[in-house]
Design a binder for this molecule. Sequence first.
Ligand SMILES: Cc1cc2nc3c(=O)[nH]c(=O)nc-3n(C[C@H](O)[C@H](O)[C@H](O)COP(=O)(O)OP(=O)(O)OC[C@H]3O[C@@H](n4cnc5c(N)ncnc54)[C@H](O)[C@@H]3O)c2cc1C
Ligand SMILES: NC(=O)c1ccc[n+]([C@@H]2O[C@H](COP(=O)([O-])OP(=O)(O)OC[C@H]3O[C@@H](n4cnc5c(N)ncnc54)[C@H](O)[C@@H]3O)[C@@H](O)[C@H]2O)c1
Length: 451
Amino acid sequence: MSEQVDVVVLGLGVGGEHVAGTLAENGLNVVGIEGRLVGGECPYYACVPTKMIVRAADLLAETRRVDGMAGHAEVTPDWAPVAARIRDEATDDWNDQVAVDRLVGKGVTFVRGWGRLAGPGRVEVDGTVYEANRGVVIGTGSAPFVPPIDGIEGTPYWTNRDAVQVKELPESMIVLGGGPVGLELTQGFARFGVRVTIVEMAERLLHNEEPESGELAARILESEGVDVRVGSGARSVRHDGERFTVTLADGSDVSAERLLVAVGRYCDLGAIGVDAVGLDPSAKFVEVDDHLRAGDGLWAVGDVAGHGAFTHMAMYQGDIVIRDVLGQDGPAADYRALPRVTFMDPEIGGVGLTEAQARDAGLAVRTGSTQVPSTSRGWIHKAGNDGFIKLVADTDQGVLVGATSAGPTGGEVLGALAVAVHGRVPVEQLKHMIYAYPTIHRGIGDALREL
Ligand SMILES: Cc1cc2nc3c(=O)[nH]c(=O)nc-3n(C[C@H](O)[C@H](O)[C@H](O)COP(=O)(O)OP(=O)(O)OC[C@H]3O[C@@H](n4cnc5c(N)ncnc54)[C@H](O)[C@@H]3O)c2cc1C
Ligand SMILES: NC(=O)c1ccc[n+]([C@@H]2O[C@H](COP(=O)([O-])OP(=O)(O)OC[C@H]3O[C@@H](n4cnc5c(N)ncnc54)[C@H](O)[C@@H]3O)[C@@H](O)[C@H]2O)c1
């Protein structure tokens, strides 16, 4: 059986749901296909539940900071309200009926199933082929990557999808991977009393960010009792029915009740049949141009497009695809000022290039930095004031090309820096701006004086 439509959106995660809904609101006949849950990873297994864990863990940490600052407080961590909030408020017990209704309300024809490309402009799902006269949008996202570590297969390891569903916390946990997923969940679980060992094979945590970011994250986690192992990946995994033992590349063993694998994501392009439209099924991502076009009448958005796995990226790219499908003019994708925030405490945000990336790109680099505790607001804040602001300037152009903001509100302070990088605001102009006193973002002014 085949059906003629205007657009098929394959995968209704953050990006696909946005594209499908908006195109339907613009009068197109849109079919949206989703195999799991409309909304994708972010609301059910990723951003939202993990930020609920972070929020609860931060409340515990703030309460523990009362002594010496505002009296005396004792807190008894209880995971039950966190698990209930994730189940009841965030995910409707992993039921997407509300999201499906919202999408259908916008005019999308919703199909539950696992679709596959069946040729240019054609997508097959459960025996029906949808023929799209305007085009197909691939928004199939990514899945947790589980590396082929000796012995891991068949063990009851967790990924983020399991970790956000736990009703009772384990006594101990090994976390493989010191990226954002590993850090947010390590600190979240540790603050609830779980003994966590985090294992990162690179020389430092958050190794794609500034070295200062990884060093700060390690120092904070260690101060909270986390065993931080960097510079040695997992060589083998054993599970004896009760506990995991992970042998690291340096020969040492770590052991715990649970193992969380958080070593990145992967896209299975073979599973969505990209070869049927002439693309390489073994590629890591769908290759796209600056309008997210992957071919004639073919677009990709979000994680699968390979420019960064963030919800704001999927939404940003979704807007470009929507304009392109509707034949509207608009700017091409510009990733210079991509912001990213790891929501541990302190929040560690970055935008644009790190110092090393800027130097590798051959730019004339100068950096300036300031420590949050030495800003007026950071000093007043006292307990929990760790953090820094680092600016990376291209001295030939006289603009910032990157920045890092770590601190109690590091992700919020990053907003000002993202505007500066995005808008190519001259450093001289930034130096002569008024920064409110006493804010943490006033530290930007201090860091600028070093440029
Ligand atoms: C633990 C964790 C925390 C995160 N926290 C943040 C955060 O704080 N901020 C942030 O910006 N980003 C965060 N992210 C990243 C964010 O979740 C992703 O970048 C975002 O979900 C990507 O959206 P997407 O639309 O590309 O894909 P997804 O959300 O992955 O959605 C793709 C959808 O396509 C469906 N699908 C796949 N194949 C098919 C098929 N063949 N047929 C039908 N349907 C299919 C899938 O079932 C899925 O629902 C986090 C990620 C993780 C893992
Ligand atoms: N706050 C946010 O915006 C947020 C939060 C979580 C995730 N995300 C997105 O999701 C993506 C995935 O996050 P992630 O943290 O899983 O991946 P990641 O790629 O950012 O980090 C994974 C880490 O695991 C390490 N690693 C790989 N193999 C290993 C091994 N065998 N043993 C030990 N360490 C190993 C890598 O060196 C790397 O540092 C990120 O790229 C990010 O875009 C965003």
